[in-house]
Ligand binder design. Structure first.
Ligand SMILES: Nc1ncnc2c1ncn2[C@@H]1O[C@H](COP(=O)(O)OP(=O)(O)OP(=O)(O)O)[C@@H](O)[C@H]1O
Ligand SMILES: O=P(O)(O)OC[C@H]1O[C@](O)(CO)[C@@H](O)[C@@H]1O
Ligand SMILES: [Mg+2]
Length: 543
């Protein structure tokens, strides 16, 4: 059974029982497993809240949150034959437009694709979210594999696509734009493609621009976004009105968590109005803070570019007495750029990230560590992510909470704060003159074009989005899960951010390579010590 076109089968329990699907992923599928699969597949076509309530296999408090990668799926009350297979499906236009006609995919006659063994992705192909399993583990959460489908729900000449980019910059945005345009034209013969300028607000406040392969041919060599971008200005009704007015039926939305939330709102409105509009999200964030997907595009480029700043800091501090280099890198709530740049460089003595609170004074603190390293090596380099130590800065700087136009909290600048604290501390010490070199390359890193591997990655993302939209999926986002590109429900990537796991092996590798203090345990020790002291004091007072 072709699941991509079978939504009517899954719209109600009654129709399901009349028409048992033949979906089977292994040769050993028993009838009871098929029943489980029917129910699990059905879930994905119901409103999300209802899914959890109606699923008879899972206990009621089973929330989506439990199903993201770091909180492993727990499926209790399983019957013996139940293998715990879950499909996190994406919506399809036929869910609310059941009579939508389909057409053979033009790739069937493509010269390039004719040599591919399986030109089309089987509707039964799914990608597992967890690939490290034990013999008796439930099979867990799966996503639809991305790629071209045998049937499409748009005729090339009827497609009017648009592309919009929102949020901060990131290397590779232009490659994604270019490859959507080229993919639509070369694979599907689509020629009517509009660029929405300056983010979401551009839908209703700007003219569109025509995007042709010729216009976008060289943009992948440039940093930034050819379409420009903005924060704020998401007005769902105005945007969807505009989509309708302009006759747009495919919307490609490139942006981070905020943008993807906006894409979900647009899809909800499209569904409410029953419009034949495919809404495809392409996740973008230099911080790599998007959950579920392996990594976000531009991240590798950022890590590579960060090496230049770290190297410069190292050269500087290596050439003076007691040189202390501080390099600030991006990462609001996720320290991936700082962590990976540190691991790649090996010239970094200490890496500070938002996930790991640190402290300056006392045993196990940064000052003690710096003093020790200066004695040992005569210099050191610290990499600090922009979101690190926010509580420390906030406790010393008088500020009011400020937000950007999208409602994101504006962070306090940890870089200069840390540099000054270190300088002040060492100025007070006798015979300890330090040479501070502070480098903030953040916007320089974000503004460069993507490197070779990100370019290829961006191409796959763009093509996956194009295949998904042409196949009639809508309200989905794309990305690699365990190296295989998949279609993901937007909520999967917006419900919580991807952050560095302090209990994970990568952070342990970093701690091992820098030999910096593990502030977590020292901090805990300090808290424990304080608690003991407090208890003692209370005892004394009570006496
Ligand atoms: N909850 C939301 N619902 C609808 N639209 C939203 C929501 N959050 C953000 N947006 C819109 O998405 C756009 C981009 O959001 P934001 O500035 O937060 O950047 P982002 O997409 O998260 O990217 P990044 O954080 O990587 O720079 C803005 O136009 C904003 O209005
Ligand atoms: O462009 P702006 O608004 O200064 O945004 C900067 C923020 O954007 C990000 O690069 C995410 O896109 C963050 O790392 C950074 O804090
Ligand atoms: Mg964001």
């Amino acid at each position: 059974m072709d699941l991509s076109s079978s939504s009517s089968v899954y719209t109600s329990f009654s129709s399901l029982s009349k028409t048992p699907p033949s979906f089977s992923l292994s040769s050993s599928s028993s009838s009871s497993r098929q029943n489980s699969l029917q129910l699990l597949l059905l879930r994905s076509h119901l409103p999300q809240r209802a899914l959890f309530l109606r699923n008879p296999i899972l206990p009621p408090p089973f929330s989506r949150q439990n199903r993201l990668p770091l909180a492993p799926v727990r499926v209790s009350n399983q019957s013996e034959n139940d293998d715990g297979f879950l499909l996190e499906d994406v919506p399809h236009l036929t869910n609310f437009l059941p009579n939508l006609p389909s057409y053979p995919n033009p790739l069937q006659t493509s010269q390039a694709y004719s040599i591919v063994k399986n030109t089309f992705v089987s509707p039964e192909d799914v990608v597992a979210q967890t690939i490290v399993v034990q013999k008796n583990s439930p099979r867990g959460v799966h996503f639809r594999r991305a790629g071209p489908r045998e049937k499409v729900y748009f005729k090339a000449e009827e497609v009017r696509a648009c592309i919009v980019t929102c949020g901060g910059l990131c290397p590779g945005i232009n490659t994604v734009i270019r490859e959507i345009v080229f993919g639509l034209k070369n694979m599907y013969g689509v020629e009517d493609i509009l660029g929405i300028e300056e983010g979401y607000k551009g839908f209703y406040s700007k003219n569109t621009m025509r995007l042709t392969p010729k216009v976008v041919s060289d943009i992948h060599k440039l940093g930034g976004t050819f379409l420009r971008t903005s924060r704020g200005g998401h007005d769902t009704h105005k945007i969807v009105d505009n989509i309708e007015d302009r006759g747009i039926n495919q919307v490609y939305i490139i942006g981070g968590d905020g943008t993807q939330k906006g894409a979900a709102r647009i899809y909800e409105e499209v569904e409410k109005r029953r419009l034949q509009v495919a809404v495809a999200g392409i996740p973008k964030t230099i911080d790599n803070d998007i959950a579920v997907i392996d990594k976000s595009f531009g991240f590798d480029t950022a890590v590579e570019e960060a090496q230049r700043a770290i190297n410069a800091a190292h050269v500087e501090v290596n050439s003076v007495e007691n040189g202390i280099g501080i390099v600030k890198l991006m990462g609001r709530y996720s320290g991936f750029i700082a962590m990976n740049a540190t691991l790649a460089s090996r010239d970094v003595d200490c890496c500070l990230i938002p996930e790991s609170p640190f402290y300056l004074e006392g045993r196990g603190g940064i000052f003690e560590f710096i003093e020790q390293r200066l004695k040992e090596n005569g210099h050191l380099v610290i990499v600090v992510a922009e979101g690190a130590g926010q509580e420390c800065v906030a406790s010393e700087v008088n500020t009011v909470d400020e937000k950007d136009a999208s409602g994101n909290k504006l962070l306090l600048d940890v870089g200069p704060w840390l540099s000054n604290k270190i300088k002040d501390h060492f100025t007070k010490l006798p015979k300890m003159v330090v040479n501070m070199k502070y480098i903030d390359p953040t916007y320089m890193i974000r503004a460069i074009p993507s490197n070779a591997s990100d370019n290829i990655y961006c191409t796959l993302l763009a093509h996956s989005a194009v295949h998904g939209a042409m196949a009639g999926y809508s309200g989905f986002t794309v990305g690699p899960v365990n190296s295989k590109h998949a279609y993901l429900p937007i909520a999967c990537v917006t419900e919580r951010p991807n952050t560095v796991q302090l209990t994970g092996r990568m952070w342990a590798r970093l701690l091992e390579s820098t030999n910096q203090p593990s502030f977590v345990s020292s901090d805990q020790q300090r808290v424990e010590k304080e608690m003991v002291e407090d208890t003692n004091k209370m005892n004394i007072t009570s006496i």
